[in-house]
Write a protein that binds this ligand. Structure first.
Ligand code: CUA
Length: 337
């Protein structure tokens, strides 16, 4: 009995040390959404149980190693133990109960995280290799920065133009895969930001050579600032077709693969490309003019410049209207030196 009391004290001490140590480690970033509250609570509860379990195993083991080690000159056999039914029932039933209780808590927190606010702000989030675009359908605004009002639920409707991406803002905790395909593949993610500030959305699904750089700024602002931002965006479409073309190119991820300074990325640079003569994969030559650029956006697989990978993102061009493509062509024309 004396041994049990000492071993139990050792386990209790190790548990407290483990919990304090894990709290010091600050494993989680800032908590910046309503959904994060329940998730963090459950996370820290898990850690407490894990600390206890670790202490239970290591505590008894250490105690046995030091207290029951063989004394010098002792050559007798150890006790023959045939099993212990009550102990085995105990260590089966108790963990089962704990795991079932945790699955109940998990379901409860998941229910909270997915709770629907009918007044939620709708934002269409489109992932492409390798950029994010954010559309606010109620306000006719398109942006490469995700701006959200604080303390209001946003329903992010996630879709992809090419491969699977994953939307993840660590401070919001919630994460969701972004799938290509039709309407049925759109996934909703609900976030209620609670802290004004600047964050970063990163892609959490390996999606190609520039996966690691597939980030976009997230800005959480007060409601009135959000309204001001919306008005600014609506008024911010430039008059100049060249500048409009630059905006469409930025918003539609063109510039992640096509440089405008002559450097070679995944696709050919746009600098000095207009009017140039290019050799195609099949050996034919093409003068890069309006018709060829239009075709390359609408049907990129048709004619590929030699030395470049087969068109990766045929889905991208589908978002663009003919007027927008005309603006992009004007922008490309302007890139001369
Ligand atoms: Cu998109 Cu990784």
């Amino acid at each position: 009995m004396r041994h049990f009391i000492f071993a139990a004290l050792l386990v209790a001490a190790l548990t407290v040390l483990g919990i304090l140590g894990l709290e010091q480690a600050r494993l989680l970033p800032e908590q910046a959404s309503l959904q994060a509250v329940g998730i963090d609570w459950l996370f820290s509860l898990h850690f407490k149980v894990i600390a206890f379990l670790f202490a239970l195993i290591v505590g008894f083991m250490l105690y046995s190693i030091f207290v029951f080690r063989r004394r010098e000159g002792d050559t007798t056999d150890g006790d023959h133990i045939e099993g212990n039914t009550s102990l085995e029932v105990l260590w089966t039933v108790v963990p089962l109960g704990v795991v079932l209780y945790f699955s109940f808590l998990g379901a409860q927190v998941l229910g909270d995280v997915e709770r629907i606010d009918p007044l939620a702000l709708e934002v269409d989030v489109i992932g492409s290799q390798w950029a994010w675009r954010f559309e606010y359908p109620d306000y006719d605004v398109v942006s490469t920065t995700l701006v959200l009002p604080v303390d209001q639920q946003a329903v992010l409707r996630l879709s992809s133009t090419d491969v699977i991406h994953s939307f993840w803002v660590p401070e919001f905790r919630v994460k969701q895969d972004v799938l290509p395909g039709d309407e049925n593949m759109i996934r909703d993610l609900r976030v209620t930001p609670t802290e004004v500030g600047e964050y970063t959305v990163r892609c959490a699904e390996l999606c190609g050579t520039q996966h690691a750089y597939m980030t976009a700024p997230v800005v959480v602002v007060q409601e009135d600032e959000f309204q001001t931002w919306l008005e600014e965006q609506a008024a911010a479409i430039p008059e100049d077709p060249v500048e409009r073309g630059r905006l469409w190119a930025e918003q539609n991820a063109c510039l992640t693969c096509h440089s405008i300074d002559g450097s070679k990325l995944v696709g050919p640079t746009w600098l000095n490309v207009y009017g140039s003569q290019e050799i195609m994969e099949d050996g034919s030559t093409v003068i890069v003019d309006d018709a060829y650029i239009y075709e390359s956006i609408r049907e990129p697989a048709l004619r590929i410049v030699e030395g470049y990978p087969p068109a990766m993102v045929p889905g991208l061009g589908e978002n663009l209207s003919d007027e927008q493509i005309a603006d992009i062509i004007a922008f490309i024309k302007s890139l001369k030196e």
